[in-house]
Design a protein around this ligand. Structure first.
Ligand SMILES: [Zn+2]
Length: 288
């Protein structure tokens, strides 16, 4: 069973990110910040600085395996050598949303990616990432978690979060999801994190929030809701990698006495299930 996380260090892991964007020169700083919790999770973040002066902490977080979990990918668990493979997306749209005719998978003229293109009207069906929005609700130095009553990850804990709807802002969507999943009316305090998961086409935006009223209860998608002290967060039964990473960053901020805004990319490991919360690497991390 996967039950431990290892944070793997080194600027080599920053390189894939840098190669994808504008070249930056890095200079390592010797100081590190450490995080630990009673369930054995640990992380250490080396500090790096770009030539543009923006300070950020670069790290890689990987899942580790101590057993023969069938959900565990075979690749180099805990070795620090895992490399996120390029995402090759296969279009899923089978029938044209305009005329109902079958689509075919082709690379349209002037483009580089395979698209689902209608065989009759020629409409190109672009498939883009979805935004997931949610709240990290703070109350009396605790955070609100919901135990999922639906798949995937039935019975595991998560922050109240879900897909953003057309017509609402990210903040409004996060509040709506919190009301739906935890029957809690909340007030947004600040954006806390954006976490991109390119392989499954999701981008999370998580807000810090507080309860408008001291009330919460499980909504139809939750088995139960509860406030957890930071040292009691059930890291061994969290639903998603995004939630694990968010809460680890939050705990680190709280212990450092300064809350920040974070951005990071979570790379699902090849072969890992989208619902496997431990089948991931985090290659870099930017914060305010
Ligand atoms: Zn069509």
């Amino acid at each position: 069973m996967l039950r431990s996380l290892h944070l793997l260090l080194g600027f080599g892991v920053v390189a894939p990110f840098l190669l994808q964007g504008k070249p930056r020169s890095l200079a390592a700083f010797p100081s590190t910040a450490a995080l630990s919790n009673p369930r054995g999770l640990s992380s250490t973040l080396p500090i790096a600085r770009s030539r543009y002066g923006a300070c950020f902490r670069a790290f890689r977080m990987s899942s580790g395996s101590s057993g023969d979990s069938e959900t565990s990918p075979a690749a180099d668990v805990g070795s620090g050598q895992a490399v996120a493979l390029p995402v090759v997306h296969k279009p899923k749209v089978r029938f044209c949303q305009a005329c109902g005719s079958p689509t075919k998978q082709v690379i349209p003229d002037g483009e580089e990616k395979i698209r689902a293109v209608c065989t009759v009207c020629g409409r190109i069906h672009y498939e883009n990432p979805k935004m997931v929005v949610g709240c990290l609700v703070e109350h009396d130095d605790k955070v609100l978690l919901c135990k999922r009553k639906i798949e995937p990850s039935y019975g595991l804990w998560t922050l109240p979060a879900g897909y953003l709807e057309i017509g609402e802002s990210a903040a409004d969507g996060a509040c709506r999801e919190t009301l739906e999943e935890a029957c809690a009316e909340v007030e947004i305090l600040s954006p806390f994190a954006q976490l991109d998961i390119p392989r499954i086409g999701q981008s999370y935006v998580i807000f810090r929030a507080r309860l408008r009223l001291p009330h919460f209860s499980p909504g139809p998608e939750s088995l139960e809701c509860a406030l957890f002290a930071l040292d009691d967060i059930p890291f061994d039964s969290l639903a998603f990698s995004s939630i694990i990473v968010t809460l680890k960053m939050y705990i680190q901020d709280k212990k450092a006495g300064k809350l920040k805004f974070h951005y990071c990319t979570i790379n699902k490991r090849p072969g890992a299930s989208p619902s496997d919360p431990l089948g991931f690497d985090v290659d870099h991390h930017l914060h305010s």
